[in-house]
Design a binder for this molecule. Structure first.
Ligand code: IPE
Ligand code: IPE
Ligand code: MG
Length: 238
């Protein structure tokens, strides 16, 4: 019967690994006549809300794009502001994250960061390494092309003369994570901007208009409902 058929819940078809390009912080601030770094600060609050929401819905892995290899083109003031926010908030000492069962990992070349920031990230990674409720992968100084190049360079160092797809996968920064099922880019821009190119070969893509600082549980629910409707065929026929 048409009306008695219970609508399938989006919770029955969830992605395992979600990727988010957290875009629109600058526009969010500019629209309010505020400096861009205020937008980045609000972006951190959005990240807290989104991690909580994803955990609640039963998602296990989240990769977020926080600073790209191209973002070095921005002003020193903006870059320093972003680095300070990462240092102060991603150490999981702050009350919001303190007791959460979250493991922090990073993707990207953090050796290029100021010592204090690098050490703070390394300490949090070490301190949370045995947590298993949720994995937050922070892509910082990350680029999809650079990730593939460093993977191939690793393989050359290992003495490989020819390589397989598995070899590449096992040498990407994300080697301990499953492939990306779902990539969301906030702010309505419809491009990938050098995010996880290899990892998203078969991801579902979604470009909501909402600016990143406005993201919350409701917005995440909308994204997951969208994902639940997608029919993934992987080249086959269903
Ligand atoms: C994304 O927001 C955050 C980073 C790139 C660090 P933007 O700063 O790119 O915000 P818009 O795109 O200028 O609005
Ligand atoms: C992508 O956003 C990088 C991050 C969100 C960290 P950008 O704002 O840097 O990308 P473009 O410049 O619009 O492509
Ligand atoms: Mg942007």
């Amino acid at each position: 019967m048409l009306f008695s058929k219970k609508r399938k819940s989006f919770l029955d078809n969830l992605p395992i690994h979600v990727g988010i390009i957290m875009d629109g912080n600058g526009r969010w601030a500019t629209q309010r006549g505020l400096p861009r770094n205020v937008g980045h600060k609000e972006g951190v609050n959005a990240l807290y809300r989104v991690v909580k929401a994803l955990k609640k819905f039963g998602i296990k892995y989240l990769s977020v794009f926080a600073f790209s290899t191209e973002n070095w083109k921005r002003s020193k003031e903006e870059i320093d502001g972003i680095f300070n926010l990462v240092k102060e908030n991603i150490n999981f000492d702050s009350p919001k994250f303190k007791d959460e069962d979250i493991k922090l990992v990073t993707s990207g070349d953090i050796t290029k960061f100021p010592d204090e920031l690098r050490t703070s990230l390394e300490e949090t990674i070490e301190r949370t390494k045995d947590k298993n409720g949720f994995v937050l992968n922070l892509a910082v100084n990350y680029g999809g092309r650079m990730d593939i190049v460093q993977a191939v360079n690793n393989l050359i160092k290992q003495g490989k003369k020819s390589i397989t797809e598995e070899d590449i996968i096992n040498n990407l920064y994300t080697k301990d994570l499953p492939p990306l099922d779902f990539v969301i880019r906030a702010s309505g821009e419809q491009r990938i901007s050098n995010f996880m190119l290899y990892q998203m070969a078969y991801s579902e893509l979604y470009f909501p208009k909402t600016l990143w600082p406005d993201f919350n549980e409701k917005e995440i629910e909308k994204c997951l409902i969208e994902f639940s409707k997608r029919k993934r065929r992987y080249g086959g026929i269903k």
